[in-house]
Design a protein around this ligand. Structure first.
Ligand SMILES: [Zn+2]
Length: 662
């Protein structure tokens, strides 16, 4: 892989030189020595460099040390062992696959099901930067083994996600790129640019970045470290522009704290763009999309150090990472529907800070902040906006919102297939789909139906505004993958069973309830190799849809309270006959055409059952999965709703406590 790439050092004396360099099509390789910048170039870029007049010299290849890092397979074993050795503190989560079908695994580390703060640590976006993966893994070990009790009781209240190998294929080849030769840290969907070096065909074109995109929405981290190697610094957003965010002072403050405790020689801190401008990187995306304070951490001049040096690198960063994880000032809490106390997704805007913060799907949020009390306004479609003051002490606050009148017109079916066609339960002249952090998409009338360009919609629930009136989370875009197909689902007493062709570790599920569509986390009671049992004792006796995050994919079952008979009746499976999806489309015209004036709360109406019972309503959702996408390309992840892991549970029933609801 990447055999035609040459590493070069380029001398840049002035800003003009840097601008020239940026125009040549080389890629920034995270190295700097004085005025010299380390770049990588393919043959074409090298030609451009030759004729540019800039001074450069070829870089020596870094020595590859065998012993200093784990292979993808060894990392799987290491994470699995950590989870098995610490069942009360760590859950192993299958986050999806790489291009070459290697599993991408993460650990959720916490002692509580309801953490106040969430931190995310990602390693090895670049597979040749093995030091980054080892530092991420060391952080997991520090948290779990904690021989000196340095984290103390911190994990009793908070949570850290660790993903050492974002790019396992790159690790296997010691290549910066993934197996499609794409630079994953230029492939994220915020200010993505095709002018970058190997940024992919489009934003999130790669399965590895889609895995993280999905994780981002589900885990709603408030603070993140994206770990790299090749330099020794800590950088903060933005990277795509030299313009400063309103968080500049806070970000620099946190970075300064890191540098104080980091013992790497000549460690320095910088605004990302001041170092080098890049588009489509992880941290711009997580800050620009979710408001996560995300940093790029460069841990070592050598990208893949020897075993001995690697040991030192781990030690040099251990205290500094701990200090940042334990940053003292945060805001944290949950946004809820005041009538039902259930969590609702919302957007928080902190006074004086332009960049909003998105809650997780269950309304929880957390984020580092300065030392002062902050004024926060909260918005969520279908609810009256509120303003609150929040102390920076990080104690979780509950923010209640009053439900408002919703649109009396509803879309159907609620799970969109790839045609993007749906019907409305009443007349309308304007239909717009929206979602926090995403561009709105207008639907157009197509005879008696409406249609939206489903290619513009990332997976997950979308709010629909019909003639100006909201209908929150009433259209759902599924994310198909043949590897995570639901075979059947059925209800027995207070349990919902879902069987899969194959079940991986770390499934999370929510019930989408009521007209305001709150998200109620469902506890995983137990699981086997192919079937998971969810506790639905807290679900009111009303129809509900199910949202599942599994292996980096988002699955939905419309009207999950109805048993699916698909498993017993394979002959009726639609195969690629999308007509089956079309059938229920019409018949499942269950939108509550009547009603829904403002009094409704989460406990009333929701879609009624089908008038025509010849087709189980659930078939709509199922067929959407079985027929519609089934992209053979690895996934098409995207957003997500939270989750809790069932982790390694594998029928070990004593571990229900691992489940977390957020
Ligand atoms: Zn890197």
């Amino acid at each position: 892989m990447a055999s035609d790439i040459t590493d070069v050092w380029v001398y840049t004396e002035s800003n003009e030189d840097r601008l020239t360099l940026r125009s040549l099509g080389l890629g920034f390789a995270e190295g700097q020595q004085g005025q010299w910048l380390r770049m990588h170039a393919d043959a074409k870029a090298l030609d451009a460099l030759n004729s540019s007049g800039l001074t450069y010299r070829l870089a020596r290849r870094e020595m590859v040390h065998e012993g200093g890092h784990l292979s993808p397979e060894e990392m799987v074993d290491a994470l699995t062992d950590l989870a098995e050795d610490h069942p009360a503190s760590a859950e192993l989560v299958h986050l999806g696959w790489s291009v070459e079908d290697r599993p991408v695994l993460g650990l959720r580390i916490s002692h509580t099901d309801a953490p106040a703060r969430r931190v995310r640590i990602l390693g090895a976006h670049h597979g040749d930067e093995t030091a980054s993966a080892e530092v991420a893994l060391q952080t997991a070990r520090d948290l779990l083994l904690d021989p000196t009790d340095s984290y103390g009781s911190w994990l009793d209240e908070h949570e850290v996600w660790v993903v050492p190998h974002v790019n396992p294929d790159g690790i296997a080849e010691l290549s910066r790129y993934n197996a499609n030769e794409v630079d994953l840290n230029r492939n994220y969907g915020f200010m993505w640019s095709e002018t970058e070096f190997r940024p992919g065909d489009s934003a999130f074109s790669e399965p590895e970045t889609r895995n993280i995109r999905a994780m981002g929405a589900w885990t709603s981290a408030g603070l993140g470290l994206s770990v790299h190697a090749g330099a020794t610094n800590l950088g903060w957003v933005w990277n795509y522009t030299e313009a400063r965010t309103d968080d500049e002072e806070l970000l620099e403050h946190i970075a300064t704290a890191y540098a104080e405790d980091c013992t790497t020689d000549d460690f320095w801190i910088t605004n990302g763009a001041d170092w080098y401008i890049t588009n489509g990187d992880t941290t711009d995306w997580s800050y620009g999309r979710y408001g996560t304070l995300d940093f790029t951490l460069e841990v070592s001049d050598h990208k893949h150090p020897s075993t001995v040096r690697m040991e030192q690198v781990r030690d040099e960063h251990s205290d500094a990472i701990q200090r940042v994880i334990q940053w003292p000032w945060w805001i944290a809490g949950q946004v809820t529907n005041q009538d039902t106390a259930r969590g609702i997704p919302a957007v928080l805007t902190i006074e004086g800070i332009d960049q909003p913060v998105l809650t997780g799907p269950d309304g929880t949020f957390s984020r580092p902040i300065g030392e002062d009390v902050v004024q926060v306004s909260i918005d969520s479609p279908g609810f009256a906006s509120v303003e609150v003051e929040i102390d920076p002490d990080g104690a979780p606050v509950e923010i209640q919102m009053a439900p408002q009148i919703l649109s009396s017109v509803r879309p159907s079916p609620r799970v969109l297939d790839s045609s993007g066609m749906f019907t409305l339960s009443g007349d309308a002249t304007s239909v717009v789909l929206g979602r926090p952090g995403h561009d709105s998409v207008e639907a157009t009338r197509s005879e008696s139906r409406w249609q939206v360009d489903s290619a513009l919609l990332q997976p997950g629930p979308w709010d629909v505004t019909i003639d100006g009136a909201p209908s929150p989370r009433s259209l759902i875009v599924p994310e198909e993958d043949e590897r995570v197909r639901i075979a059947a689902h059925w209800t027995e007493a207070e349990s919902l069973y879902i069987s899969f062709d194959e079940l991986n570790q770390g499934l999370h599920a929510w019930a989408l309830l009521g007209s305001h569509r709150s998200m109620l986390p469902l506890r995983v009671v137990e699981s086997s190799d192919d079937t998971v049992r969810l506790d639905i004792s807290s679900v009111p006796s009303e129809p509900y849809d199910l949202v599942i995050w599994h292996s980096g994919r988002q699955l939905f079952i419309q009207d999950a309270q109805e048993d699916s008979d698909l498993a017993d009746d394979d002959s009726s499976l639609p195969g690629d006959d999308s007509g089956d999806t079309g059938g229920p489309l019409g018949e499942d015209d269950d939108a509550p055409a009547e009603s829904d004036d403002g009094e409704d709360t989460d406990d009333d109406n929701t879609p009624e059952m089908d008038a025509d019972r010849s087709v189980p309503a659930s078939v709509v959702g199922e067929n959407a999965k079985l027929t519609a996408g089934c992209n053979t390309a690895p996934g098409y992840p995207a957003f997500l709703w939270l989750v809790s892991l069932l982790g390694l549970i594998r029928m070990r029933s004593g571990q229900c406590d691992i489940y977390r609801s957020f």
